[in-house]
Write a protein that binds this ligand. Sequence first.
Ligand code: NDP
Ligand code: ZN
Length: 374
Amino acid sequence: VKVDYPREFKGFAIKDPKDWDKPKLSSYEPKKFGEYDVDIEVECCGICASELFSLKNEWSGEPLACLSSSYGPKCQVVGHEVIGRVVAVGDKVSLCKLGQRVGLGAQASSCMACTRCSSNNEQYCLKSVGTYCSRYPDGYVSQGGYASHVRAHEQFCFPVPDGIASEFVAPLMCGGLTVYSPIKRSLEGVENPRVGIIGIGGLGHMAIMIAKALGAHVTAFSRSSNKKEDALKMGADSFIATGEQPNWNCDLADSFHLILNCASSTTALDLGAFTSVLKVNRQLISVGLPEKSERFDLNPFTFIRSGCSIGVSKLGSRQEAIELLDLAVKHGFRPWVETIDVSEAGVHEGLTRLDQGDVRYRFTLVGFNKFFGT
Ligand code: NDP
Ligand code: ZN
């Protein structure tokens, strides 16, 4: 493998969750280069709410795994909606070529040998390693894409078709794929599907467009009516402001084949109301993952009227990522993106504005090649 760039990567890193909004430009050693690994020279990277939870240590008990690791950098770079060029490939790589434009989402590795990996469910591999804040078997804690380069297993580097600009593809890599997978899986074989999307943020706004492209009738659920006009422009057929219409569910019994929860908190999630509008035996699936203290408020009677169930879905498979990219090209939908030039100040702005809900509807950090001189 010919690698003609420095052996250290550069990225925007924190060393303490207290400084979650002030990542500093840092150099660090990448993970050991495996024979199926690919190095991507980053061109742009989306900002996902998961990064806020990880950086602030709101998801797990362990503050930044890299700090206690015996091997690897003692700092943490996040970023997992990466688009860039392949600049190095391991000896056994067959899925990517040098120079190719690829995308990387929130997963960077899996065992590639278990039944999950061999049935297009590698996102659920028990040995899955995330693109950032996640431990490899040798102890190295993965470093993400707010960086000059990122290294990942070829399975998770998806070829990006021509005809769609990188800043719009980036958010599809995590957010888009995460909503595509459960929508596609639960609508398989359903005629005239009706879908409800809760939480019109980064994931939710892509879910509206993706569900429409898959032929569904879509209702957007948001806490207030502020996003109504936007949601209808994205393609939603109807819009309900749950916080402003107390009995919004009364006329909607037996309406939906799927309710997809994309909200980042369960505090406004009235499971009784949302399950009351599902058709028989259908599901409410949550992709929203709130901070660790939050819970689903569950009473068995919640489900009794329709025999419905509630589940959670994680990311998506490589096959689904490729299908999604194809769908985006064919249907011409694009995430609503505000670009921010990458720099310490740019990363700070993106993280803090996302934290304040001041985003319509996804930030993509751009200009990496200029900033890093790559
Ligand atoms: P955003 O912040 O862009 O959007 C979240 C939306 O949730 C907001 O737009 C808002 O919608 C709603 N919301 C925000 N605060 C609250 C609150 N206090 N109570 C109720 N609703 C609220 O986040 P993302 O779209 O980037 O991420 C959404 C969630 O998905 C996060 O929890 C993230 O960690 C998770 N995620 C999960 C993945 C998985 O594999 N399952 C993968 C990627 C992300 P509105 O204003 O319309 O009410
Ligand atoms: Zn994400």
